[in-house]
Design a protein around this ligand. Structure first.
Ligand code: CTP
Length: 401
């Protein structure tokens, strides 16, 4: 979604600079062209080579040494390219210099010469952040039009606790999106997304589950949030970082997911069930750990509620999207599930996409249309699915939003 955009990432001297590596990776992954500008202190924390490798572009470390695209004035060359400048981490020093118009190195000079939107992600010791001069300077740069993201409360590198940590990587990337990407087409819509696998307990340490990682559901939540939706994400256990500013409800079993969906479903405009809900659970859960005794053992299983089917039966106008993971007869099975569960759209993918970062899916709608999306990162698949939903959601729902 950032294809065709150029982001200049300024890195000043703070330990949070290591997180900026992830920010640069994230921006590149979204298709942005990234150029990095580092202060002398920043280079003490992370090597310019790291940012050169991650961004795929030369790193500006000195106003006079580096020669970007054969121009002797790199900050002007970068100004021409920049759609947005992000300074992360932004130290008290770069905030102070910017507030007072000082330009004594590549980053501060660039900041005086750009006309595009600028975001600062401050990071410093909490006492420094509370310092009166730093407060004044940060207010001043905000008045000048610079957007601040963070700092946030938590433990900082020196072990102290307070407000001073750089905002989370995903929040910083989201802030870049908000400023660069004006596609706010889901604004006001309430979207419920389920993700991941459920776990059905056998005893205190064993469970029945499946290989679903939750990546597709989390990508959808991320993309929907970025496009302005109010997102509720109900997820089984995962190792993924949840997107910022979504209402995350963590569940374990199919029964818990069922209850959480029931509680949230009424208010939703769109419900997307990506979760790989267990179809069966053990008849009962042993309170104590099972000891091995006989050579064989059997477990009796009971069907869980089909959450999506239940939603389809009592549809109250929300747009219902299901997922079908199949190992064979992909389209036929998906079509049958769409009909049986009374869905508006179904996304069919091969079980091979489980745990992968990329997927290649088919989208089927009620009118019988079948569309194949290319093999792509799940975040791109998520955006394509949302594109298809937004054109089909009833106009009254969007108007109300
Ligand atoms: N689903 C659900 N509740 C269940 C099982 C599945 O809501 N107990 C939802 C999934 O989230 C998905 C869709 O139903 O959106 C299809 O799930 P899938 O497991 O592929 O199909 P099933 O209907 O369970 O059929 P089968 O396992 O026989 O293929």
């Amino acid at each position: 979604m950032l294809t065709g955009k150029t982001v200049i990432v300024g890195i000043s001297g703070g330990i949070a600079a290591y997180k900026t590596c992830e920010i640069v990776r994230g921006l590149k992954k979204e298709g942005a062209e990234v150029f990095c500008v580092m202060t002398v202190s920043a280079q003490k924390f992370v090597s310019p080579l790291t940012f050169r490798t991650l961004s795929g572009n030369p790193v500006i470390t000195d106003l006079f040494d580096e020669d970007l695209n054969n121009t002797p004035v790199p900050h002007i060359a970068l100004r021409e390219k920049a759609d947005l400048v992000l300074v992360a981490p932004a130290t008290a020093n770069i905030i102070g210099k910017t507030a007072n118009g000082l330009a004594d190195d590549a980053l501060s000079t660039l900041l005086l010469s750009v006309k595009c939107p600028v975001i600062f992600a401050p990071a410093m010791n909490p006492v420094m952040w509370e310092n009166k001069v730093v407060r004044q300077n940060s207010k001043k740069i905000q008045k000048l039009g610079i957007k601040l993201i963070g700092p946030v409360y938590g433990e900082v590198a020196c072990g102290e606790e307070g407000t001073g940590r750089m905002a989370e990587v995903s929040s910083v990337i989201d802030a870049v999106f908000d400023l660069l990407n004006h596609k706010n087409d889901l604004s006001g819509l309430k979207i419920l997304i389920t993700a991941g696998a459920t776990r059905e307990a056998i005893d205190p340490i064993r469970f029945i589950s499946n290989r679903s990682s939750g990546k597709m559901g989390f990508a959808l939540a991320h993309a929907a949030k970025r496009r302005g939706a109010e997102v509720t994400l109900i997820s089984g256990p995962t190792y993924l970082n949840p997107p910022a500013n979504v209402n995350l409800i963590e569940v374990t079993s199919a029964e818990e997911m069922h209850k959480a969906v029931q509680a949230a479903a009424q208010k939703q405009d769109v419900i997307i069930m990506t979760a790989a809900v267990a179809d069966y659970r053990p008849n009962f859960t042993f309170m104590q750990k099972l000891q091995k005794r006989a050579d064989t053992m059997s477990l009796e299983l009971t069907r869980t509620v089909d959450i999506l089917e239940e939603l389809g039966k009592s549809k109250n106008g929300s747009f219902l999207v299901g997922f079908a993971a199949e190992s064979n007869n992909l389209i036929e099975n998906a079509r049958e599930k769409m009909k049986k569960k009374n869905l508006d759209l179904i996304v069919a993918n091969n079980v091979e996409a489980f745990e992968e970062d990329c997927s290649e899916v088919f989208i089927l709608d009620k009118a019988g249309e079948v569309e194949q999306l290319p093999l792509q990162e799940k975040i791109s698949t998520a955006n394509s699915i949302l594109d298809r939903i937004v054109t089909r959601v009833s106009p009254s729902r969007k108007d109300r939003a």
